[in-house]
Design a protein around this ligand. Sequence first.
Ligand code: WQD
Length: 353
Amino acid sequence: MSKPYILITGGAGFIGSHCALVLLEHGFDVVVIDNCSNAYLGSSDSKPESLKRVEKLTNKSIEFVKGDLSDCDNLGSVFKKFNISCVLHCAALKSVKESWDIPLSYYSNNVTGSINLFSVMSSYGVKKLIFSSSSTVYGDPQFLPLTEEHPTGQNCANPYGRTKFLVEEILKDLCRSDKDWCVYSLRYFNPVGAHPSGDIGEDPLGIPNNLMPIITQVAIGKLKSIDVYGNDYDTVDGTGVRDYIHIMDLAEGHAAAIKVLLKEKGNAGIFKAYNLGTGSGSSVLQMISTFEKVNSVKIPYKIVGKRAGDVAASYCAVQLAKKELGWQAKYGLAEMCKDAWTWQTKNPKGYQK
Ligand code: WQD
């Protein structure tokens, strides 16, 4: 039997590339499938720039297949060629704002694409999956901190969040129907930052939607200032509160989850969800002031109206991942701001030269 690989779908993206790096560092072999829809390819071969840099940082190689989840034959060829022990499913469209404009693309890419993946996995007998889920499945929290028992899907505020909720429900039904399936759904809170080298990081296309890349682009002068969406929430300073987690902590959480998942015996039909966050919330103004202090830069901002669909506050309970995965986040806001800034200053145009 050839050596086992972890297959990462969407492995060239922000989350996927950092997970690939950490999995390689933990001694796993990695194969990535990515449609490169938002991954910079650079001049040479088809391997995305982000993965080339991961190979350089780890001095290890990554198998890469260009393709997406709409092409089941191409996807099947990956399972034919490699002995896949577990799949980390990151491939998804992820912009809340965009999902309002093109919901069908979000449902077909995130939901139909996932159904294709699970069908191909089934046909090749690969039934261990880590699903890249999101805190948005909780909708507007009824209580905080959010535990994994909090109801999901009740008022997911946007089509993107609904796709994540629907895929979780599909996976629960799959695990009920076929006891050989074993699924961990990792519900990310707000992943930010970059590998401390600054060689890989978050490289949003166009104007970013998320707070941290906007802060770094204001700091580097690409954007003039930040619109702070509302300052009359019932929070510490009236601005939105989120559970920001360093991308390196998030990636380590995936390695911890995969190690436990691979030990799970078959015939259990397990679906488990885990929050990946720090357990503490920080406001927009706290993030801005931490960034200014840590990086000795000024971030101009102005208070504007609330953004539709935003919740006032969201942060998670972290006990379950600590108890069952032996993982907890270790970095704070300062490291997130420092590493995000290192990435941005080393790569003013992202992965493009
Ligand atoms: C954070 C805070 C905004 C931009 C995102 C993804 C979601 C999920 C979690 C993956 C909020 C405020 C932002 C700006 C601002 N990730 N803000 N001005 O909305 O919590 O969710 O991370 O699954 O998919 O969308 O993150 O970074 O957009 O906002 O004031 O220009 O910053 O109101 O309070 P969000 P965000």
